[in-house]
Design a protein around this ligand. Structure first.
Ligand code: PMP
Length: 337
């Protein structure tokens, strides 16, 4: 037996575990589903046979998402989290490499490395804005381009004119909109015009379903058809499909909570304007080397490295959690920073 050398270069995905009181590290929604919505889900589950395989291409959930957006189910693919969809997208198209725009989400790199696909980086500028011209130039030989808007971990969206420059090359472009519900901006409208556009979304953030694992993408029929040629059959289980479907019917509640989180985000931003970057997501990037200081006081945030060394990414929590965060961070700013 011999484990491949490539595999030995990977470290298992690590997150901090332990007995901390406030968790603001994974961009989760601080609100679980209310008991009456859980009951509604349980009611659906009671009627569902568990001994049978789910629909082979997850049609019930694809249909519900298609109806939600007014598109055809043939334009919708669903995955076990957005991450699963990324793992397929990276393999669908011909080309020499993928293009990313660091600092950005780590999973594009993970899947590229795993599949032996080179990564060409076109870094975001000092305000974390993409360089559309340079990405367009690199797109000629790219299999796929990843643009994240709002971007993780910086929180900003990307300008339409820069995105159009890339889309106009005809190269496959993923706009990863995992956090779009927390922003005024989405590029879903461009799907009508661009067959090469893929919009990636997730139920993990605005919809409070990180534990359920459901993501989706909207794209041309040709792309969705190609993806289902290589996707593992039955990969979305009935529990996930039913839960995500029920939550689509509670969009009012989802948006009520999104608005709460946006208000809290702006409150924290105002307190730390000097250190925080404007955000259109459910987190804030801050130029404060406060990871250990916060951890020692029971608050877990995300520590960043590389170009963002000395920065933290803070997920917006419930009001009480944010109050505690503000209190402890002020202490840090006054005594340490
Ligand atoms: N894209 C971005 C930018 C993200 O931050 C995340 C979640 N961390 C995802 C995609 C995927 O989320 P999930 O697999 O939970 O759907």
């Amino acid at each position: 037996m011999k484990i491949r050398e490539l595999i030995k270069t990977f470290q298992p995905y690590k997150v901090l575990e332990g007995d901390y009181k406030i968790w603001l590290d994974k961009n989760e929604n601080p609100f679980d589903l209310p008991p009456e919505i859980k009951e509604e889900i349980f009611e659906e589950l009671r009627k569902t046979p568990f001994n049978r395989y789910p629909h082979i291409t997850s049609m019930p959930l694809r249909e519900a998402i298609a109806e939600f957006y007014g598109v055809s189910p043939k334009n919708v693919a669903v995955g076990n989290g957005g991450d699963e969809l990324l793992s397929y997208l990276i393999k669908l198209f011909d080309g020499d490499y993928i293009v990313t725009t660091p600092p950005t989400f780590a999973m594009y790199y993970f899947y590229a490395k795993l599949n032996g696909i080179p990564v060409v980086e076109v870094p975001l500028n000092e305000r974390f804005i993409m360089n559309g011209d340079e990405i367009a130039e690199k797109s000629q030989k790219a299999s796929i381009v990843f643009i994240t808007s709002p971007n993780n971990p910086t929180g900003n969206t990307q300008p339409r004119e820069e995105i159009l420059k890339v889309l106009d090359t005809g190269a496959p472009v993923v706009i990863d909109e995992a956090y779009a519900e927390f922003s005024e901006k989405s590029y879903i409208d461009l799907l009508d015009e661009y067959e090469n556009l893929i919009i990636l979304r997730t139920f993990s953030k605005a919809f409070s379903l990180a534990g359920v694992r459901a993501g989706y993408l909207l794209a041309s029929e040709e792309i969705v058809d190609a993806l289902y040629r290589i996707k593992s059959p039955f990969s979305l289980n009935v529990l996930t499909m039913i839960t995500a479907k029920v939550m689509l019917n509670h969009y009012d509640l989802v948006m009520e909570r999104v608005n709460y989180i946006i208000k809290e985000r702006e409150r924290i931003y105002q307190e730390f304007k000097e250190y925080a970057y404007p955000s259109e997501a459910n987190f804030l990037l801050m130029k404060l080397d406060a990871y250990e200081f916060l951890l020692e006081r029971g608050i877990v945030v995300r520590k960043l490295d590389g170009r963002l060394q000395g920065h933290i990414r803070v997920t917006i929590g419930k009001k009480e959690e944010n109050d505690e965060l503000i209190k402890v961070l002020k202490e840090f700013v006054e005594n340490v920073a």
